[in-house]
Design a protein. Structure first.
Length: 326
């Protein structure tokens, strides 16, 4: 299949591109490189410099490359930033998503895999979270993802589009060539590894008095390789006639506390990692973990790299490679 990957120069997009190529798909990457990296795109893959808000360029590329399916990962994803600048998130994520849907409709492209988020759920009391639990986003980022999910369903009803929305919990780890390099970095595992590498002074734990096994927040981590596999499975299922659906992507277990992540990183790196306890962050739920039974039943997806140490080891190898290249 000929596939356009929006945001394909980013962390997840670059690994999804690798996975698509590995399964025999032809890939075109569409990215504005504001937060992506040119060198994350394989040399053999066409890179189109463009924004998803640019309807003319987007529609033209869909037609020129005779695209048959789209994996949409372009957008903004920082919760705190969305709270301070919601307009930017509605513009980039919602308006950008609608521009893509309209461009696909105009170009006759009817298959879409959408990068959504566990942020659509907000902070539910029930754990683990299932796809039929009511969405209740608590920030503009989560709201922007939910709006696009709902638009996909309505576009399907009216125009025949079929789409799979993948609700990520916490993507982590690295492939052999691609990993996390955000600026600023807000994800726990790379922050902890930056501390281990001496690139920052310790790690702040935001609250240690939660009702969890060690007082720190519990989160669900999914290896980026497993995440990429889910995207390919979703696209292949759509090509085979599967209907529009939403799926959680997590490790399918009980999750890990912040202190467990720090301890595992220390064991993997062989280095002491200094931690500081700070106040709780507003809106941080004690526990967020995914139920992943639906995607297992319907698409046969199971995480193959769900052990925390394996996730951290892959990220540490990437961190060391980056250090060597610096």
């Amino acid at each position: 299949m000929r596939v356009l990957v929006t945001g394909g120069a980013g962390y997840i997009g670059s690994v999804v591109t690798e996975a698509l190529l590995g399964r025999g798909h032809e890939v075109v990457v569409y990215d504005n490189l504001v937060r992506g990296h040119r060198d994350a795109v394989p040399d053999a893959v066409p890179l189109v410099l463009g924004d998803v808000l640019d309807a003319a360029t987007l529609g033209g590329e869909l037609r020129e490359h005779r695209i048959e399916g789209v994996v949409h990962l372009a957008g903004l994803s920082l919760v705190g930033e969305s709270m301070s600048d919601p307009g930017r998130y509605y513009h980039a994520n919602v308006a950008g998503g609608l521009t893509l849907l309209d461009a696909m409709r105009g170009a006759g492209v009817g298959l879409l895999v959408f990068s959504s988020s566990a942020a659509v759920y907000g902070g539910p009391d029930k754990q683990p979270i299932e796809e039929n639990d009511p969405p209740a986003p608590t920030n503009p980022y989560g709201e922007s993802k939910l709006v696009v999910e709902r638009a996909i369903a309505w576009y399907g009803a009216a125009y025949g589009l079929r789409g799979v929305s993948l609700r990520y919990f916490n993507a982590a780890g690295a492939s052999a060539r691609c990993g996390e390099r955000h600026d600023p970095e807000t994800h726990l595992i790379p922050i902890v590894l930056h501390a281990a590498a001496g690139r920052r002074d310790g790690v702040t734990i935001y609250g240690d008095d939660y009702p969890t096994r060690d007082g720190t927040c519990v989160r669900d981590y999914v290896h980026v390789l497993d995440l990429a596999d889910a995207h390919v499975r979703a696209l292949d299922a759509l090509a085979a006639g599967a209907p529009t659906a939403s799926y959680n992507l997590g490790c399918g277990g009980e999750g890990y506390t912040v202190r467990e992540v720090v301890s595992a990183a220390s064991a993997v790196t062989g280095r002491r990692i200094v931690t500081h306890v700070g106040p709780r962050r507003l809106g941080d739920p004690a526990t967020l973990v995914a139920a992943t039974g639906r995607i297992t039943r319907e698409l046969g997806w199971r995480p193959q790299h769900q052990d925390l140490r394996e996730i951290i080891e892959s990220a540490w190898r990437y961190e060391q490679k980056r250090g060597d290249a610096a």
